[in-house]
Design a protein around this ligand. Structure first.
Ligand SMILES: [Zn+2]
Length: 1011
């Protein structure tokens, strides 16, 4: 019988009932035990934890300190150099083809959105490519064959403009072919730079078979898709207002615009004098005062092109008398007060009438004498801005254009490709830039005609050319379009079945598609794929058919699209067609001068790259700008071609920004260059070499679904995180030396409770990590990982197991039990971060003493977990002991825990049984309980000892046991009695467990003696 034990008191009856509910005693055998809440393991704080010291004299060689060549820290160049070495040793470049050759059933296909081949690799590239690589490496380790063919968007204005600006004045003397040649070399140089950066970042891909939109086979495939759509009647040519960039001299697509919220326009209020009153209003309007319709516009330069004034038939309008001028005005009834106030006057309402009554009225053009501007009904008129009467210039507005088509108005455009008024605009305006002096002259003309009521500056969001950063205009010109009305309906239906991450991106994309009226696919440039059409030299006719297209596709496939500019027109046409249209000598057709929109280029990539007959990727992963760009163009072309979406899932990430969320720019000095991040800058004390893994960790930990900030402090924090992880790994590697899992492992059921508990936590960690990767939530992976290696491992587990690892006999099952857990932890940990930090993972893998082959962790699969680790009752045992340990440590701040003995007193009951799992003897210095308590010796009692000295510290606490999903809830109290150790300090393990100061403690004597 234990000393101090007394019979149970009446109060313990409740406990007895609870015990009966749980069946027979001895916790580890009970099934169905589970805590209804997860208790947090508290880290060891408040006391020092002295460890065996290597300089411990004669017993030094008997202590099993960690042994590994894995460096604790990589300083300076060591970090990037080690990564390069790891890439070599573990075969980064061969991994892609290795995994392709595996005989596995499932395939994961991530279709790479092509970055522009114009310029150096930047952090935006890093964000995108690293996210893709993490996804790919995860799926590959899970057992899927990865299909990932990287590509580049090689054509287009961005490159052409760079080439032209480099050529400067000389550009005018260059032919289309010469400019194309220069653009091609420019793109090739950019591709080489970007590609080598991507490889350096550790991106696993089919680097030998990348796709390029300037590849002749790619171009041929694209022309085939173009004709397919033409043949279905989806492609048409029309004279329409489109976004036009005077600074680039070309039409632009919606995706090529950037809206500047700070744009300042000169907005004007203009009178359109009534010429012929609407019949229904004739009686209202006398001859005494002049009557005018009031309009408002932010683009005064479009006034000369005015063809009508539109009203909303269902809205109310008023005839008012102006207090200042005495003139009569017509405007929307709702706007009477606000417009009067803007014009700094008052209006007296004479009459209010429905808009429909304005029918059949006409106005005089405010600056062009004798020109009539009819009043027309239109549904696009809104009452939110302006006067409710809308100035309509069909050549300069999409809605104006549709009114004009309905009423057969002239759509003449008075503005040329440079944004300059043509001669048709009249002598006052010709040769003037519409957005500059042209606007000024129009306003002066209005003033002179006494039709200007007010001019004011308006700050509003206005479209700019994304390349030249200059404002665009809307201008009618002859262009090629894709009719997307029907395609959009199908596309929107198909999008509903696509998984979007984040989910909100789905609606954003649908809304963007809704706003797109048609797709203008022609550009008036040379660096691109030609629109394969021949135009009649004199008539407004063009030639394209299956014969001409087949001939051109064959030529392009063999020689590339340069042939459009190099071959004479008669060679571009097949013989049969040529003879039908009069033969080579009388050829009346010339090849068209338009090229295809680059969004059409890249939008066809799925058909060139994706494998299988259905050509559907598992994932597209790009920045949010692609919701209106590549995600959309790929979808529209895929739907037009085969009525299917080209992707099953879409992940959308934000943009990279500076530390405070500002844009990166050279002038702000906040541009983060990935090469400098990896290799360090000029001053390495300010810009140290971090290596690629820091860049990858930053990408993974960022909340990529919003804007992603990057700065020196963010990168420093990433390096510190990795450095802590490195130390954790070094501890694991050092302590599995001399351990062979095949022969030395301890079966789970025989392991220490605390070791089993760690495996239980590991199991939980592994399943959460796997789920987070599956959801592409890499930020969560990092958070879970960081919590696990700092809290559960470094601060908790590693701080209590050192005595067992270092001081027990090498083959002691207790030590082997710990090593079994450490080996499992190492295995799971290295896999859990491998997709994010492949260099560190491979470096660690090469240092695992018992792993000889293969040389790469990526060739050994994903985390394998076992349900054996999920053992009931473990959490309660370890966590209640930790609670007691924390009371103890809290009472001896700053002191060495080994200088104390601890008595734990718990009344008989559930808690006692649980704690008894950890220590069967009454007093022990080597038990599991004593290891957790960290004292020199722990005694477990059911009643306070009768005789205790005065200098003890008595602590009390309670622990809530919550079992069977809350069916059994029991709060048990315990006492912790802390007293100075009574024995002497053992010179080997430094615990106060030796009989005399020059003798070893019994455990150490046994270990040393047994050697
Ligand atoms: Zn000892």
């Amino acid at each position: 019988m234990r000393w101090g034990l007394c019979p149970p008191r009446p109060g313990t009856a409740v406990l007895a009932v609870a015990r009966n509910l749980c069946g027979p005693s001895l916790l580890p055998c009970r099934l169905g035990w589970r805590g209804s809440r997860r208790l947090l393991v508290r880290s060891v704080t408040g006391a020092t934890n002295q460890l065996p010291n290597p300089d411990r004299g004669k017993y030094r060689d008997t202590v099993l300190l960690p042994q590994t060549n894995f460096s604790m820290k990589l300083l300076g160049r060591q970090q990037p150099d080690t990564e390069l070495e790891v890439q070599q040793k573990s075969g980064f470049l061969e991994l892609y083809s290795w995994q392709r050759e595996r005989k596995v059933k499932s395939e994961f296909c991530l279709h790479d959105g092509p970055p522009y081949a114009n310029g150096d690799p930047h952090v935006g590239h890093a964000l995108n490519k690293i996210l893709k690589d993490i996804a790919n490496r995860y799926h590959m380790m899970k057992g899927s064959k990865i299909h990932f063919v990287p590509g580049w968007d090689c054509h287009g204005l961005p490159i052409e403009i760079k080439v032209l600006s480099e050529l400067g004045e000389k550009a005018q003397n260059f032919s289309a072919v010469e400019i194309r040649e220069k653009a091609r070399s420019f793109a090739k140089a950019a591709i080489e730079k970007q590609k080598s950066a991507f490889i350096r970042w550790g991106i696993m891909a089919d680097w030998n078979n990348c796709y390029y939109t300037f590849d002749r086979k790619y171009e041929a495939k694209q022309l085939r898709l173009f004709y397919q759509m033409y043949d279905k009647g989806l492609v048409y040519r029309a004279y329409k207002p489109v976004f036009w960039s005077p600074s680039s001299r070309t039409a632009l697509a919606e995706a090529e615009l950037e809206y500047n919220p700070e744009h300042v326009s000169r907005s004007i209020y203009v009178k359109f004098p009534l010429l012929k009153p609407p019949p229904k209003l004739a009686s209202l309007i006398g001859d005494s005062s002049p009557v005018s319709c009031l309009v408002w516009t932010t683009q005064p330069w479009t006034i000369p092109a005015n063809q009508a004034v539109c009203y909303m038939p269902d809205s109310k309008y008023s005839v008012v008398k102006c207090a200042t001028s005495g003139e009569i005005y017509i405007l929307a009834a709702d706007k009477v007060t606000s417009i009067a106030s803007i014009l700094e006057t008052t209006f007296e309402t004479i009459s209010t009438f429905p808009g429909i009554d304005l029918e059949n009225g006409t106005c005089a053009h405010p600056v062009i004498p004798d020109k009539v501007s009819p009043l027309l009904p239109a549904n696009h008129v809104t009452m939110t801005k302006g006067t409710g009467l809308v100035h309509t210039a069909p050549a300069h507005g999409m809605e104006d254009y549709s009114v004009a088509s309905q009423h057969n108005l002239s759509m003449d455009c008075l503005v040329d490709e440079d944004g300059i008024f043509t001669d048709d605009a009249g002598p006052e305006l010709q040769n003037k830039a519409v957005l500059k002096e042209g606007t000024d002259v129009v306003i002066k003309m209005l003033e002179a005609a006494k039709n200007l009521l007010k001019e004011e500056k308006l700050v509003h969001s206005y479209p700019y050319d994304w390349r030249t950063k200059k404002p665009v205009v809307i201008r009618a010109s002859k262009q090629w379009f894709i009719n997307i009305t029907d395609i959009k309906t199908t596309a929107k239906e198909l999008l509903k079945k696509v998984k979007f991450i984040p989910g909100s991106a789905q609606n954003a994309m649908i809304e963007m598609m809704d706003r797109r009226p048609y797709w203008c696919i022609s550009r008036q440039r040379v660096w691109g794929v030609p629109i394969p059409v021949f135009h009649h030299k004199t008539k407004d006719e063009f030639l394209i058919n299956s014969q001409t297209i087949e001939h051109i596709i064959q030529l392009v496939e063999q020689h590339g699209s340069d042939i459009w500019w190099t071959l004479p027109p008669e060679k571009l046409l097949p013989k049969e067609v040529l003879s039908q249209i009069g033969g080579p000598d009388a050829l009346e057709y010339a090849p068209g001068q338009d090229i295809l929109d680059i969004w059409f280029d890249s939008g066809t990539s799925w058909s060139y790259v994706l494998p299988g007959s259905d050509q559907i990727a598992d994932l597209f992963l790009e920045g949010k700008d692609q919701l209106g760009g590549w995600f959309q163009s790929s979808l529209l072309i895929s739907v037009a071609s085969k009525n299917k979406a080209p992707y099953k899932a879409v992940v959308v990430h934000g943009f990279t920004l500076g530390e405070k969320g500002e844009k990166m720019s050279k002038s702000l000095g906040n541009v983060v260059n990935p090469d400098v991040v990896i290799n360090g800058g000029q001053d390495q004390s300010k810009e140290p070499p971090y290596g690629a893994d820091v860049l990858r960790w930053w990408v993974a930990e960022s909340n990529v679904f919003t804007e992603v900030t990057v700065s020196p402090s963010v990168l420093n924090a990433a390096r510190d995180d990795i450095s802590k992880l490195r130390n954790t790994l070094r501890f694991l590697l050092g302590n599995v030396t001399g351990f062979n899992p095949k022969t030395d492992s301890i079966p789970a059921k025989d392991m220490y409770v605390i070791d089993q508990y760690m495996l239980h936590l590991l199991q939980d960690f592994a399943s959460k990590i796997t789920e987070s990767y599956k959801q592409y939530d890499f930020g969560k992976v990092v958070r879970l990982l960081r919590a696990f290696y700092t809290r559960e491992l470094s601060n908790f587990y590693f701080s209590i197991i050192k005595d067992r690892l270092y001081c027990n006999h090498e083959n002691d099952p207790k030590r082997r039990s710990c090593q079994t857990a450490l080996a499992e932890i190492l295995d799971v940990l290295v896999r859990s971060f491998a997709p994010i930090l492949p260099h560190l993972a491979e470096e660690v893998f090469q240092h695992i003493p018992y792993v000889k082959e293969p040389r790469s962790v990526f060739r050994t699969g994903w985390i394998s977990t076992s349900s054996v680790w999920k053992k009931p009752g473990l959490e309660e045992a370890v966590e209640s002991a930790c609670a007691m340990r924390d009371s103890f440590l809290g009472s001896i701040p700053g002191k060495n825990a080994a200088e104390y003995n601890v008595i734990i007193v718990i009344e008989p009951g559930l808690l006692f049984e649980i704690i008894e799992m950890l220590q069967t003897e009454e007093t022990s210095s080597t038990s599991q309980l004593n290891e957790l308590i960290m004292a020199s010796q722990t005694t477990l009692l059911t009643q306070e000892p009768l005789e205790i000295t005065a200098d003890v510290i008595k602590l009390e606490g309670t622990f809530l046991i919550n079992l069977e999903g809350g069916d059994i809830r029991e709060e048990s109290s315990y006492k912790v009695i802390v007293m100075p150790a009574t024995k002497e300090k053992c010179p080997r393990c430094w615990k106060y467990t030796a009989e005399s100061s020059d003798a070893l403690c019994p455990r150490c004597a046994d270990v040393v003696g047994g050697k």
